[in-house]
Design a protein around this ligand. Structure first.
Ligand code: UD1
Length: 415
């Protein structure tokens, strides 16, 4: 069975080059559906999720050409309105094709999405927004059918921010008549990056404090764009440095995007130095305990909650971590407990009593970031850790065992 084998207890030391952001790349691979002209994306990360979204886009009629870290998405023939379930069901971001297809073709059939099992993850905000734009939507147990002869701008107000719904409605609004206002949108850097690409494609978008206004165009054109660095990958490697008492520098990053993470790590006693494109962490002590709450950007990212919990397992005292974004993103903690962690979960709260040592175990990776947390725990644990289902980790972390091995980890992939 495919697995990662980690022999723990090594201090990590060295530099890690960070990829383009997965969560920016995914919507940007969908944006070319809005035009027949080619869109070139530089710094595309080589990840399973990116392959999946590109397969989805290609199955809809787009031509995909790779050149190193650059992908060109161009017109490969007539655009199809029905997406193949085998791709969409693997990944939630594929659902973002619905609005752009409806805006281009007037109709679309898209299977309901899959993705990480970290909560209910409904799509109501996506569908309410499209309905406000004039789409007629029929929901079936396995798919959504949209008819949208004439979509128009709309005023949309989210009850709570959603990254995917913000991106979905931004892209759709860019190609329909009239002005759309999205109030209470997500503000993640990946959304800012998508807006940059859409502007290059000719979209008129104004970002205000509490809303985004989009003035739709009948025609968008091709563009070229370099994807921002992956703050979640960078954060994971910094936490890997912290949990192993090491010294790790992440390069090619945007430190401002990691402000809340840097603050939490400093409070935990880590020494951090930043330059314009690098962050260096030196761990001279075990982590101080803390109270951390995940929140939409600029709050502490929910995706780094599992790796942070791994770090706090070896902290000096009792920590409290509250997961406010996804209702069931703490299930993986039982695997950390099998490795000797002392985590008690009640609802969305985890109380973590710091222990002196973790011990290797055989554990499954349930999703991308929980998989990252188990790797971190394995790096710090005594003995061997075997992590099954590494394909979940590969969805979000490029060449993870090579990158970790380069900074001193003993980690290998096996079957
Ligand atoms: C994106 C990220 C994911 C990150 C998450 C939150 C991508 C590809 N994935 O996921 O890594 O963990 O943002 O930062 O960018 N919700 C609704 N109704 C909806 C949509 C969402 O209630 O229609 C809820 C979700 O269940 C969740 C919360 O809103 O509780 C935030 O989800 P959302 O921001 O949409 O996450 P994703 O876009 O799926």
């Amino acid at each position: 069975m495919d697995h990662l084998l980690i022999r723990g207890g090594r201090r990590l030391e060295g530099q890690v080059a960070i990829e383009g952001a997965k969560n920016a790349a995914l919507p940007m691979c969908v944006a070319p559906l809005l035009t027949d002209e080619p869109v070139r994306l530089h710094r595309i990360p080589h990840l399973r999720d990116v392959d999946t979204i590109l397969s989805t886009i290609s199955s809809l009629g787009k031509k995909i050409t790779y050149d190193g870290d650059t992908v060109e998405i161009s017109c490969g023939g007539a655009l199809r309105s029905e997406a193949e379930p085998r791709y969409v069901q693997q990944m939630r971001a594929s659902f973002l094709i619905l609005g752009p297809l409806a805006a281009r073709l007037g109709h679309a059939i898209v299977p309901l999405p899959g993705g990480c099992t970290i909560g209910r993850r409904p799509v109501d905000l996506h569908l309410e927004g499209l309905r406000a734009m004039g789409a007629r939507i029929e929901e079936f147990p396995d798919r959504v059918v949209v008819r949208a002869e004439k979509l128009h701008g709309a005023r949309i107000s989210f009850s709570h921010p959603s990254v995917g719904a913000t991106e979905h409605l931004l892209m759709t609004a860019a190609l329909i008549r009239g002005e759309t206002q999205i109030t209470n949108p997500s503000k993640e850097p990946e959304i800012g990056d998508l807006i940059s690409l859409l502007r290059k494609m000719g979209a008129h978008i104004v970002v205000e404090r509490m809303s985004i206004r989009i003035n739709g165009s009948e025609h968008l054109h091709g563009a070229e764009h370099t994807i921002i660095p992956d703050r979640l990958e960078a954060g994971t490697y910094l936490l890997a440095g912290a949990i192993t008492g090491g010294e790790v520098q992440v390069t090619g990053v945007e430190p401002e995007h990691l402000r809340s993470v840097i603050e939490v790590l400093r409070k935990a006693g880590m020494s951090i130095t930043e330059s314009s494109e690098t962050i260096r962490l030196l761990a001279e002590q075990r982590a101080e305990p803390g109270h951390i709450v995940t929140a939409p950007y600029p709050g502490f990212p929910t995706d780094l909650q599992p790796p942070l919990v791994a770090l706090l397992c070896l902290g000096k005292g009792e920590s409290l971590v509250e997961e406010q974004v996804f209702e069931s993103r703490l299930a993986y903690t039982h695997s950390l407990n099998r490795m000797g962690g002392r985590i008690k979960v009640t609802g969305r709260k985890a109380i973590i009593a710091g222990v002196n040592t973790l011990v290797g175990a055989k554990v499954p990776a349930p999703d991308i970031r929980a998989g990252g947390a188990l790797i971190l725990a394995g790096l710090a644990a005594e003995g061997e850790t075997v992590i099954y289902y590494p394909e979940h980790i590969d969805r979000g972390y490029a060449s993870i065992e090579q990158k970790l091995a380069l900074i001193g980890a003993r980690i290998e992939r096996g079957e």
